[in-house]
Write a protein that binds this ligand. Sequence first.
Ligand SMILES: [Zn+2]
Length: 308
Amino acid sequence: MAACRLAPLEWLASLTRCFCTAWLLASCAVMAHAADYSGPLFDAHLHYNDEAFDGKAGPHPPADVLSRMQRNGVRAVVVNSRPNDGTLALASSPLTRQAGVTVVPFVRLYRNRADYDSWFRDESIYTMVMAELARGTAAGPYRGLGEFHLYDSANANGPVAKKLMALAQEKDLVVLAHVDDKAIDLLMANTASKGQRLRLIWAHTGIGGVPVARVEQLLTRYPLLMGELSYRPGLTCDGGKLCPQWRELLVKFPDRFLIGSDTWVNQRWSDYDGLMKGYRTWLGELPLETARRIAWGNGAQLFGLGEK
Ligand SMILES: [Zn+2]
């Protein structure tokens, strides 16, 4: 070793430096390892669409998607599928119970892709929702409506959108809405007359990248509003770490956020491990209790699940 050819004092100093560097590296490694959140996850935005599995065949049959959830520590999922058969299949599969995954079923408002653009004024969607609610699932009654989109926020005032939000409030169903910030105000206003406002999960918490200050304003204004964080622009910065503004917001509102995979296309199923790893990385930067809430506790509380 080079250090052995040095004079005794220099050798000692060099050894100390080496030791300190080694100790620091080891500590860093331990800290980096400890930084990943390792508890249970609640995936609050999952689709099991017919491209993944149509009931008979597909690249991602129940055994496949459940093993992805299981190996990633995902213990509960909000499932909503186009069509709803995917949700019914997961809810009734004995493999779901074996994997230790709790299905929280939502009624999707779409039978097919054409429904995306017209559900908010289409009476037949309301009829379909009522039939699904009456039928329920093998995992229990439906607990929510959505995910739905409103490409133009004014469509929040569509006649069927209004009826469905009123229905959600009346039946204590949670709504999963992929909308912009203006639509959050409109959806909430349309249900405000009945006192308690809508229990709404804001899918992506503003996929258009609405400023953090506006997110904070809405969270403050609507105590029942929660934000799901898939695809949220500006959430993570270099190395998948939380951007400072977002870290601050999550710490300030620890009981208002959820994580989700949004398996809207099959590629998201292929990436499922990476998506969950990404969440575990930044969750690990948060105080443990905050991480636990966002990862699991907020979803578990919203739907009355226990500890896992
Ligand atoms: Zn989605």
